[in-house]
Each structure stands twice: as C-alpha cells, then as structure tokens.
Design a protein around this ligand. Sequence first.
Ligand SMILES: Cc1cc2nc3c(=O)[nH]c(=O)nc-3n(C[C@H](O)[C@H](O)[C@H](O)COP(=O)(O)O)c2cc1C
Length: 428
Amino acid sequence: MNAVDPTQTPHCILMMMSGSIACEKASGLISRLTELGHAVRVVCTASVFEFVSSDQLLALGAEQVHHDTFDPEAPMAHIDLSRWSDLMILCPATANSINRLAAGLADDMVSTTWIAGFGQNKPMLLVPAMNTLMLNYPATRMSLERMAEWGITVLPTASGSLACGETGEGRMLEVEQIQGAVMRALKTPQPKEPLTILITTGGTREYIDGVRYIGNLSTGRTGALLARHLSEAGHHVHCLSSAHAMTPERVDQVVRFDTFDELAAGLERALVSTQVDLVIQAAAISDFHVSGIDGADASQAHTADRDRKIDSGANMSIHLSPNPKLLSSLRAMSCNPDIRVVGFKLTQTLDLDERLAAVRRQFQDAGVDAVVHNDLNLISDGQHPFVLFDQNPQSAATSGHHCESVGELGERLLEWVASSVQPRDRSA
Ligand SMILES: Cc1cc2nc3c(=O)[nH]c(=O)nc-3n(C[C@H](O)[C@H](O)[C@H](O)COP(=O)(O)O)c2cc1C
C-alpha cells in the first residue's frame, strides 16, 4: 500500500548503520521513511552484515546500500552521498562507531561519510544502542557528550530488557520515536527573516571577599547548546555567559559576566541598545547577595570587599539579602515592546503538581511567554529531559512538550518561535 503523505516534502535521507543486535529493528525505519515518500540510501559498517543482509535492506526500500569505501563502481560515494542527503542518521550507533566518530577516525565507509557530511549544516542524528556497561564506559559517555556539543542530535536510550538478557539503560528507542525525531529535524523551519535572540548562560557568583564566593553548579552547557542550535537554524544569537561557563560556539557574540550586578548591567545594555526579539534566561542566577559581614575576627570587613582577603581563621557571620528578580524586569528593559521572554525553572520534587505549581508561579510572577522546566531528580549522567510550556499550565492536564535532550528542546523552541514570534519591523 502506498502511504505517501502529500503534505510532506520528500527528502533524501542517509541512513548509516553499525553492527548492533538492534540492526533488524532499526531497518524498520527504512520502510517507514520510504512509505512516506522519502528517498533512503544506506551506508553500513562491515559488522552490520552479521545482523542483516544488503538484500534485506534493499527489500525494505533502500535505494542503495554501500559499505566499501574503495568500491570501484562508486569511488567518491562518501562525498556524493553526504552531499545528496538532507539528513544523516547513524542508527543503530554502536559503542565502537560512536567512539571512533568522536575521535575523528575515518577508516570505513560510515566514518568517512559521516566526517564528510559534518559541516554541511544539515541535521545529523545519532541513535545509540548497546548494553548498559558499554554505555557507561567513560569513553562512550564522553564521546556522546562531545558529539552533542558539536551540534549532533544524540537521541537518548531507553531502559528495559536488553538483547544480552540483562535489564538496564542502553536499549535503542522504538522506531516510531526515531521517526518522530527525524521528522522534527527535517521540518525545523528555516527562518524567512532571522530573529535576534539573547541567551544568558552559566551561573553568577556573589563574592564574600577577593578570593571567596557563593556560587552554583551551573556549567552553562544547556544554554550554550541551545544557543548553538538556534544560531545554526539561521538566527542571530547573542550570549551573555558567565566567566567560567562552557563557551557557546557558532554564535554572533559572547559577552562575559561574573556577578549578578554584571549580568544585570549586561542585560540592560543589550536590551536597551538592540532590538531583541526573544530573550532566553537560561543562566542560574543567585537569589541572594552578600549584604554584610560581621564578627570579631572578620578583619574589619563589613561588606563584601573584593580588594581584601578575610583572614583564614576568621569567625564571622555573613548576611545575605535577596537580589531583585531579573526575569520579571526584562520586558521593561527592552526597547522592543513585543519582546518574547523565556524563563527556566529548575525544581527538585517527585510531585507533578508541585512541578506544575512552580511553572505556574513563574508565568504569573515573571510574566514570561514560555517556561522550560527541568527537575533535579530526572537529571543524571547523560540524561537531561526538559518540558517546554508555551502557555501557563492552568490545569494538571496541560502537560507541555516533553524533550529528552537539549537538542530536542532547541527544535521545540524553534517550532514555537516560528509560530509565535514575529521579527520586529526593522524599518520602524
Ligand atoms: C550478538 C552481538 C550483538 C551486539 N550488539 C551490540 C550493540 O547493540 N551495541 C554495540 O555497541 N555493540 C554490539 N556488539 C558489538 C559490536 O558488533 C562490535 O563492537 C563491532 O566491532 C562494532 O563494529 P562497528 O561499529 O564497526 O559496526 C554486538 C556483538 C554481538 C556479537
């Protein structure tokens, strides 16, 4: 039966496979995509043929199956296929192939084609499948992290029964979920008119003296990856990033801050001088500042003085006073009255109602247009899910958009941006 969807533009999809027990399951993606009218060509590592045959892949709808870099019939296939494709997906991705790609090796057809495709500004997706022990090997974790930092969409793994008979993390996602990620990546809208987006990333420090501070654990990773995602989608992205945070790559500008006061001043400068269409407050901002220090041994310090160091043996009390809420003042700072404001809300509770209540409070108190929620209980090594709320969740039935990774969050934000944020008339 022909299931071609007339509302879908046909795309050229390069499916790359490495040798996993999940090869047969993954090959179901070929028939799903071809049934939708997309052209699929396949590139395999040699070990894929331990699990499925070339004929099987062709029977499922693949136009071509390649595995030999030095095939005399197609000597430049690695370049030609990378240029032909609108999207490249490595599915399943073995520990071996993931680690080799992260190291930059190019000694088989998959790695050579992958490297040729990177840099052509097209979506690249990676779908890991392996035993929990292989997934948790530090090199594998680091390679996945590194690839995500390069802008590759690394899909999460599921937890469940594994082919080896064990139960745990590492199971490849179901084909429908992978197909959903492919579709989202393909329909990421290219902006007709790019937006100007300001993102804050990292965390503030509140100094006690010249060498000590109160800080937080923010690495700036989420904000940096998001910034890169939005920039690669064609928008103008400016970042205000804390001094020690991960550097956002491929963005228009990065201005550094250290303290709350520096961040507040940087935001005001940027929002007053530039017509920002969208501001995303991803930075972890200190709720308090050091308003006083007292105690007999505190070396006469009464305020947080960065020109002096309090004696190591000092006995002191530090007074903290609340900082103003920056998020709620961004709209008033901006020279664009139509600016859209996105806040981040981190909670630590297993209670869904409490999470929703926290999101609701941010909508009400800060007057934001969207909230990205994440919860400490759900964040673990390599896992960081988010929920994007593009309207105030008035009832528990409002579930928001669930995103398994920062890449997926970027895609969701782009869809929301495309549907709800209009670039300001620059001629005005
Ligand atoms: C039955 C069987 C199943 C395997 N399944 C996986 C798997 O799911 N994930 C993985 O990373 N490696 C798996 N391996 C190991 C890889 O096939 C092996 O590391 C191989 O060298 C990968 O090569 P490639 O990445 O070039 O395809 C499996 C091996 C066997 C024998």
